[in-house]
Design a protein around this ligand. Structure first.
Ligand SMILES: Cc1cc2nc3c(=O)[nH]c(=O)nc-3n(C[C@H](O)[C@H](O)[C@H](O)COP(=O)(O)O)c2cc1C
Length: 331
């Protein structure tokens, strides 16, 4: 399934080049932290569904990529293993391959605190992603139709001993929603914006349909980042949705994301071409990120966040509509 149909809007923002960076490539530091977890690089292998024999094989490959590159990894929804413990092995394999890795468990926001605990324990996870996927559920013939989630999230955030990350899956979070999520006690959010994997179109094509009036639903990843970080400047944010290379990563990190998440390209790499292809994809992204950091004169990620961003016409119009233009231009 292709990305889109509209873009994540990374092409609508630009860096200013620095012709006199006074830096060398080997001085570039891309280490980061997210929700109290230290990360060697600002890239997370994001949640990809699990729970079957086929996904044990995919999860094993993703875990090998994470281990060889030192990245953090989030597993896909553990719902299936919570309902049927006999398939828990397809998730546990990640921890057995990558015993020292930073691993996020993953559950839906309708799950209760007991299920959240079991998901974390299944992986000895350092963090828990709670996915918010209203648009995906509504697009699924067999999907949920009722979404009273706030109380569950507050309960989980209060009682689970690891940081909770509330995560969209490709339709974007707004600043207002993130304000509510932070009040509920989440440690961080993943904006999961539009422009990458599109679950409305995925679900439609499963039913043999290739068009939907809602095919273009959602907030592009860049706009979601601008709104979320413009209104919640101290929020711990993961940028995901349509991140496809190190330049996209650099832009998301310059807007204030602590880490970037990539899902579909890594799934495609490991299923079609194996672990080596996944490792190559990761290394290429990180090399491109370091290159861009030299080109803008940023020796580390806090310094990248200080660099001016130039906004294209559409993104500038969005910022003006949201009353955020002065804030982002003054920066
Ligand atoms: C095949 C597939 C399965 C996914 N399963 C989950 C899931 O179980 N839980 C979740 O939070 N996100 C899931 N996602 C969403 C991704 O984690 C990510 O938020 C989204 O795909 C956007 O990133 P991308 O454009 O890099 O693919 C899945 C994505 C794909 C492609």
């Amino acid at each position: 399934m292709p990305d889109g149909p509209s873009s994540a809007c990374f092409e609508d923002i630009r860096f200013e080049p620095e012709a006199l960076p006074d830096l060398s490539l080997e001085d570039i530091d891309i280490s980061t932290s997210f929700c109290g977890l230290t990360m060697k690089a600002p890239l997370l292998i994001n949640a990809l569904t699990g729970g079957t024999r086929q996904s044990a094989y995919i999860n094993a490959r993703l875990a090998q990529v994470a281990k060889q590159t030192g990245l953090g990894l989030a597993v896909g929804s553990q719902r299936i293993a919570l309902d049927d413990p006999s398939v828990a092995y397809s998730f546990k394999i990640v921890r057995s391959i990558y015993p020292k890795g930073t691993i996020f468990a993953n559950i839906g926001a309708g799950s209760n605190v007991h299920e959240a605990c079991r998901a974390v324990e299944m992986l000895a996870a350092q963090g828990l992603q709670v996915h918010l996927n209203v648009a995906q559920e509504m697009a699924m013939a067999e999907g949920d139709r009722s979404f009273y989630w706030s109380e569950h999230i507050a309960d989980i955030a209060q009682k689970i001993p690891v940081p909770i990350v509330a995560k969209e899956v490709g339709f974007g979070l707004t600043g207002a929603t993130v304000k509510r999520l932070l009040k509920l006690g989440v440690a961080g959010v993943d904006v999961g914006g539009s422009g990458g994997t599109n679950f409305i179109l995925v679900e439609h094509s499963r039913r043999g349909r290739h068009r939907s009036p809602l095919g273009d639903w959602g907030l592009p990843t860049v706009w979601s980042l601008l709104d979320v970080l413009g209104t919640n400047p101290n929020a711990e944010v993961c940028a995901s949705g349509g991140i496809r290379n190190g330049l996209d990563m650099a832009k998301a990190l310059a807007l204030g994301a602590r880490v970037c998440g990539v899902a579909k390209p890594l799934l495609q790499a490991v299923t079609k071409r194996g672990v080596k292809a996944g490792v190559t994809f990761v290394q290429r992204c990180l090399d491109e990120l370091r290159t861009v950091m030299v080109l803008v004169g940023a020796k580390d990620l806090p310094s990248l966040r200080q660099k001016p961003i130039l906004f294209g016409r559409e993104t500038f119009a969005y910022l003006r509509q949201r009353g955020l233009a002065d804030l982002w231009i003054r920066r």
